[in-house]
Design a protein around this ligand. Structure first.
Ligand code: FAD
Ligand code: NAD
Length: 407
């Protein structure tokens, strides 16, 4: 009697919640569950910009994987997925043996999209993992240190954030809030530090209506951020960046470039193994991949069409969390030989963009929110997630940590 093996790749929002639900739904004798992730911690991707800017200690957003899974029920493998061999139904890992599966969940998250812009990957920084966030934090600090060391300085210390989507805006806001402390620490005049956001579109935060986007822009301008709208990053080199607008090309150097111009699904699987559309693998209504009845794709690797607009939902934690529940329910149904699978029907609650620690803006249940109310909404979203992942125990331990840890 073959016991089916379920392999879940990735312990981000999508993967870890799928496992958390599967371990509740299926008995020990019904299936083996294996979770693979390159690190032995789960991190809250939605806070990475704060670690990158140095306004949040990483301990606040990392959770040991083994503390939230039932290790009697689930085998956790800390390893990097190198390849999925879909016809052989196996996964090749960097260090371990090939892992065969009966059911596979692909939840390997995102990587930066470069759109072929020369030098982006080589010379800019990107917020794509905890390690990359740490790297950005330390690069920012070393730029301040180097600048301070070059006395009689007439230059500017310039940071350019490419892209004014949610990530670019949330990151530059955190950085703007940290700059005064960095200037004090390194004895640099605040006027010598430039924070520039470059956005190809005529306005920031394209998902929001004009009134919210303008509110966000004013809030950031008051923190010392300047905007270059209708301007694209054309190339990045070791010294700086070339911009392109209607007025022509402009070079800014020296400058440190943080690229937040868009994302695509993890290329370990997207296109390399399963055909992708605009960088993400289309998920069917039940979250399986077309022609692969035992393979599910969820989170940022997946693309799920919103029937109302005919376009894919944006890749968000909100979607990843909801997908994990449908995915786990459907795998449990397949293991038990159930005839029908659930259809994924997301219920979108809205979105909030933080503008540093004192301000935020968003739309929640169709209602526009700004300032303290928006911040409160964001906090509630985070608390709900922690509760979903680890119940009251995790929630309380994190609340205690947030009281005690200051970056
Ligand atoms: P991830 O959370 O990225 O997890 C992927 C996992 O796979 C990681 O643990 C990674 O280590 C692992 N992995 C990757 N490659 C390999 C490999 N080869 N082998 C093994 N393991 C691997 N969305 C919202 O809804 N609300 C927000 O407020 C919000 N804020 C955001 C802020 C920032 C700064 C960013 C970058 C994104 C934000 N998002 C937000 C989007 C949200 O974070 C993503 O949509 C969400 O993380 C997707 O979850 P996921 O599980 O697909 O991927
Ligand atoms: P995005 O695709 O949403 O935004 C990228 C921005 O970069 C766009 O405004 C685009 O016009 C701009 N851009 C692209 N190429 C450019 C160029 N060459 N020069 C200048 N600008 C350029 O990407 P993101 O902000 O990383 O967000 C990714 C996903 O994560 C989205 O689905 C987003 O909703 C989600 N997210 C959500 C939150 C939140 O809810 N608070 C926070 C962060 C990310």
């Amino acid at each position: 009697n073959h016991k089916p093996r379920i392999v879940v790749l990735g312990s981000g929002y999508a993967g870890i919640l799928t496992v958390a639900r599967l371990q509740k739904l299926l008995r020990q004798d019904e299936a083996d569950i294996i979770l693979v992730n390159k690190h032995d911690y789960h991190y809250l991707t939605t806070w990475l910009h704060e670690v990158a800017a140095g306004t949040c200690d990483e301990s606040r957003i990392t959770i040991p994987v083994r503390s939230v899974i039932d290790t009697e029920r689930v085998q956790f493998i800390k390893d990097t997925v190198m390849e999925v061999q879909k016809e052989e139904q196996r996964v090749l890992l960097c260090h371990g043996e090939a892992l065969t599966y009966d059911y596979l969940v692909v939840a390997l998250g995102y990587e930066p999209a470069t759109f072929g812009i020369p030098g982006i990957l080589e010379h800019s920084l990107t917020i794509r993992s905890m390690n990359s966030a740490r790297e950005i934090r330390s690069k920012i600090e070393s730029r301040f240190a180097d600048f301070a060391a070059r006395k009689n300085n007439h230059e500017k210390l310039t940071f350019i954030v490419g892209g004014a989507g949610f990530t670019g805006i949330e990151f530059i806001a955190e950085l703007a809030e940290r700059v005064p402390a960095l200037c004090d620490e390194y004895r640099i005049d605040r006027k010598q530090v430039q924070l520039i956001n470059v956005e190809g579109a005529p306005g920031i935060l394209a998902n929001f209506d004009c009134s919210l986007a303008e509110y966000a822009q004013k809030s950031l301008e008051s923190l010392g951020v300047s905007f270059r709208l209708s301007t694209r990053i054309k190339a990045v080199d070791p010294e700086g960046v070339t911009l392109l607008s209607q007025e022509g090309e402009e070079r800014i150097a020296p400058a440190t470039v943080i690229w937040t111009g868009g994302i695509q699904g993890n290329t370990v699987v997207c296109d390399r193994v399963f055909e992708a559309s605009h960088g993400r693998i289309p998920a069917e209504a039940d979250l399986r991949i077309k022609d692969y009845d035992n393979v599910f794709v969820i989170g940022d690797c997946s693309s799920f069409i919103d029937k109302r607009t005919g376009r894919p939902y944006p890749p968000t934690a909100q979607i990843a969390i909801m997908q994990s529940q449908t995915c786990a329910n459907n795998i449990a149904a397949l293991v038990r030989g159930g005839p029908t699978l659930e259809t994924f029907e997301p219920f979108m609650k809205g979105s909030v963009a933080t503008l540093g620690k004192e301000d935020a803006v968003g739309v929640v249940f169709g209602m526009k929110v700004k300032g303290k109310l928006a911040l409160l909404m964001k906090k509630l979203i985070d608390l709900r997630y922690l509760y979903m992942l680890g119940g009251a125990k995790l929630l309380l331990s994190r609340l205690r940590l947030s009281d005690s840890v200051e970056p």
